[in-house]
Design a protein around this ligand. Structure first.
Ligand SMILES: Cc1cc2nc3c(=O)[nH]c(=O)nc-3n(C[C@H](O)[C@H](O)[C@H](O)COP(=O)(O)OP(=O)(O)OC[C@H]3O[C@@H](n4cnc5c(N)ncnc54)[C@H](O)[C@@H]3O)c2cc1C
Length: 264
């Protein structure tokens, strides 16, 4: 199909990098302003395309972290040591650059305030990004839909949006968070050490009070698969479980965030 005949969301356009903000030692937010602004639903993503002078192209997907209605699109990109596109963003991209973008994409992994709840959110590493957009959508609408976030990061320093999430857990009605840190050794206020386990999921379901209307799981592929298995084992019907897989090798994902058995 000729590109001009494609639906607008599938058409490539340029977006300007307006602002770059370091979130953690390995994660930065990139605020992009598309030439043709578009509305999106919390949980959706965009595709980015980079083209080298010799014509070589690389394309990747990134979740939108911003609040629906914001003029700029916030993408939160983790630096992977051997990652082609993430290294470009971390080491080369600058404010004022034009990036090819298309979207918004995704009709399954999203939530609107009118969808209601209760909602269970489970994120590993940068998988928290679309979940934050869901929380921001809830806040912007003044919604009190009950939500519990289970978030696994390697260390406190690597918790993305740490201040915003901790503030929300303390002050926002009907929102709670279980934060698990896999590589911290000492005690950390407001977080627990170790990986997400069956017991963590059971506790989150209990905090929710009633069975989730929907559960959203996002992160590296193996993280998502194991968390989905825990949820289904706990009695959540598969039809209520929505997943977004970011890729990555199973070994890396398992080591980072989730475990099948309690650690000795
Ligand atoms: C719908 C969707 C939304 C996404 N949203 C985000 C987002 O908000 N933020 C974000 O940082 N990434 C996100 N990703 C992942 C992103 O698309 C890229 O895969 C990631 O940035 C790596 O690209 P790269 O070119 O840097 O690495 P590549 O050159 O593609 O890969 C380098 C190496 O890293 C491994 N790898 C790739 N992805 C991961 C991963 N997630 N975890 C561990 N190892 C990995 C590969 O197996 C490979 O060995 C999303 C993916 C999808 C499908």
């Amino acid at each position: 199909m000729d590109e001009s005949q494609e639906p607008p969301r599938l058409r490539w356009q340029e977006a300007t990098v307006e602002r770059i903000v370091a979130q953690t030692p390995t994660v930065k937010s990139f605020f992009l302003r598309p030439a043709e602004p578009f509305d999106f639903i919390a949980g959706q993503h965009v595709d980015l395309r980079l083209t080298a002078p010799d014509g070589y192209q690389a394309q990747r997907s990134y979740s939108i972290g911003s609040t629906p209605g914001d003029a700029t699109i916030e993408l939160v990109i983790e630096r992977l040591e051997v990652g082609e596109v993430s290294l470009f963003f971390h080491d080369v991209a600058q404010v004022g650059d034009a990036i090819e973008i298309r979207g918004p994409i995704g009709g399954h992994f999203n939530w609107r305030p009118i969808d209601g709840g209760p909602i269970l959110l489970i994120g590993g590493g940068s998988g928290v990004v679309p979940l934050l957009s869901i929380l921001r959508a809830r806040r912007a609408a003044g919604s009190r839909t009950p939500m519990v976030l289970v978030y696994s990061a390697r260390s406190l320093a690597e918790v993305i949006y740490r201040d915003e999430l901790m503030h929300a857990a303390e002050h926002e009605d009907d929102f709670s968070m279980i934060l698990t840190l896999t590589r911290e050794t000492g005690p950390v206020t407001g977080a627990r050490l170790g990986r997400i386990m069956r017991e963590t999921i059971a506790e989150a379901l209990e905090m929710l009070g009633e069975p989730p209307r929907l559960a959203f799981i996002c992160g590296a592929t193996a993280f998502v698969e194991v968390a989905a298995m825990f949820l289904i084992e706990a009695g959540v019907p598969p039809v209520r479980v929505r997943t977004e897989r970011y890729g990555g090798s199973p070994a890396v994902a398992l080591d980072a965030s989730i475990t099948l058995a309690p650690e000795a």
